[in-house]
Design a protein around this ligand. Structure first.
Ligand SMILES: Nc1ncnc2c1ncn2[C@@H]1O[C@H](COP(=O)(O)OP(=O)(O)O)[C@@H](O)[C@H]1O
Ligand SMILES: [Mg+2]
Length: 437
């Protein structure tokens, strides 16, 4: 038996006892009158609270507990407890939902949810960028009305989503490449996942180009070499001819060696840790080396001058710096006709160690300047080859400088000469005490 029945029976029994007592002392009529009055009062009380409960259920005010005596107070209190429990549950679900949304928003991939009519139910910020959508504005829009590429429409309608779809010309600048895949779920709903693979495609293309370039670069000397070998095997040659052929073959072999050794240098630079930031380079020795190599290469064909402040130095890997700066000096000599001049300087300019090589050589057309540091890029192929170039020198320079927080600046005028300037960051620049004379 529950509380309500128990209370009802108790109040009926009390009422009966009260009426019987009143009846015994004041007569039956008074007792009946009293019973009627009490019943009316109770009915009013009940009706009042039913009305109040009705209103409360119609427009609940959370946290407000109406007070009432007896069973009504109990009912209000229990309702309040129930509401509190539900409210806590709803809040928990809301928090889970918002964490879930935050997690999908944090994903580096685009996520769009479609309903059973392929209308957008929700999409994250990355998906907005990928497809040019607006999560609020485009809600409930048919996705193919917004993403109209025929490939995408065909893919979505094909209902075969095993493969992903590659979409080109996407993004604001229409230059991005997306990989898109649809995953069906629930009742005819779809998840559209998208990933920006522009960079991946670019590096892939670069790798392909690089392999093609290396093969091409090695193929030429190899063809020449095997041609000579063939000739030497087939034809009777006198001593001087034999000597000349061997000389030419040796040149081709050296060329291949240079290419391979430059490629190895590049590979090492790419794989190595950053050069030390606390080891001072002995610039006196580096500059002395540069000068000696320059004089040897030019063998008096150019006027070469050095102007340097040997107290200025930088931190890093000495062999790398020597090879990078050496490349610039060698280029200046190679691309400057006999009789020209080359001026090398090393100074502290506004707190930055600055190396520059100025030559009075061939110069470089403006359009070629931005591409000089690409691997195997040469302005004039035959000239580079004649001077023993591999087309990798400036690519090595770029790598070394990047690793040493330095910038390369190229100024050039065709037919008048070029200036290659290297500026090290202030953080890498240091100053030694004046060297003893
Ligand atoms: N000082 C310079 N004057 C004119 N052209 C230059 C100079 N330095 C570099 N170049 C051009 O830049 C190209 C790339 O240089 P680099 O990477 O060192 O390759 P290479 O092995 O051909 O010297 C060269 O082929 C040349 O055309
Ligand atoms: Mg070079």
């Amino acid at each position: 038996m529950n509380v309500i029945w128990a209370r009802a029976i108790v109040s009926i029994v009390l009422l009966a006892i009260l009426c019987a007592a009143v009846g015994a002392f004041l007569g039956l009529k008074v007792a009946l009158g009293l019973a009627v009055v009490l019943l009316i009062v109770q009915s009013f009380f009940g009706t009042f609270h039913k009305q109040r409960l009705w209103r409360l259920l119609d427009a609940p005010v959370y946290g407000e507990v109406p007070s009432a005596p007896g069973i009504w107070g109990e009912i209000y209190y229990r309702l309040h407890k129930l509401a509190k429990r539900w409210h806590a549950q709803v809040r928990q679900v809301e928090q889970q939902h918002s964490r879930f949304i935050q997690a999908i928003q944090a994903s580096p991939n685009g996520v769009a949810m479609l309903d059973d009519h392929d209308q957008i139910e929700w999409c994250n910020a990355i998906s907005e960028v990928h497809f040019g959508l607006d999560a609020k504005r485009d809600l409930r829009q048919h996705i193919t009305h917004l993403v109209r590429q025929p490939d995408f429409v065909r893919y979505l309608n094909s209902h075969n989503y095993e493969q992903m779809l590659i979409m080109r010309g996407m993004g604001v600048k229409r230059q991005n490449v997306l990989s898109v895949q649809v995953f069906p779920y629930g009742e005819n709903r779809k998840l559209v996942l998208s990933q920006d693979i522009t960079e991946l495609e670019r590096t892939d293309a670069m790798r392909r180009d690089f392999v093609a370039n290396v093969s091409h670069e090695l193929k030429t000397p190899l063809t020449v070499l095997s041609g000579f070998l063939e000739t030497m095997r087939e034809l009777p040659l006198d001593e001087s001819e034999r000597h000349r052929y061997l000389e030419l073959m040796s040149q081709q072999a050296t060329r291949m060696q240079h290419i391979v050794s430059d490629l190895l240098v590049l590979a090492t630079l790419e794989g190595d840790n950053r050069p030390p930031s606390d080891r001072l380079i002995d610039m006196r020795s580096v500059l002395a080396h540069l000068q000696e190599d320059a004089d040897n290469l030019s063998s008096g064909r150019h006027t070469i001058t050095f102007d340097s402040d040997e107290r200025v130095t930088v931190t890093g890997a000495e062999t790398e710096i020597l090879s990078a700066l050496g490349n610039l000096v060698t280029n200046a000599i190679r691309y400057t006709p006999d009789g020209g001049s080359i001026h090398v300087s090393w100074h502290d300019v506004n707190g930055q160690a600055t190396f520059s090589v100025k030559d009075s050589g061939l110069g470089i057309p403006a359009a070629d300047i931005p591409r000089l540091t690409e691997r195997f890029y040469r302005v004039d192929r035959s000239r580079s080859r004649d001077t023993g170039g591999t087309g990798l020198g400036l690519a090595i320079v770029k790598h070394v400088l990047q690793r040493h927080d330095a910038q390369l600046d190229v100024k050039s005028e065709e037919g008048r000469g070029s200036t290659f300037t290297v500026r090290f960051s202030a953080a890498r620049t240091a100053r030694r005490q004046a060297a003893p004379a």
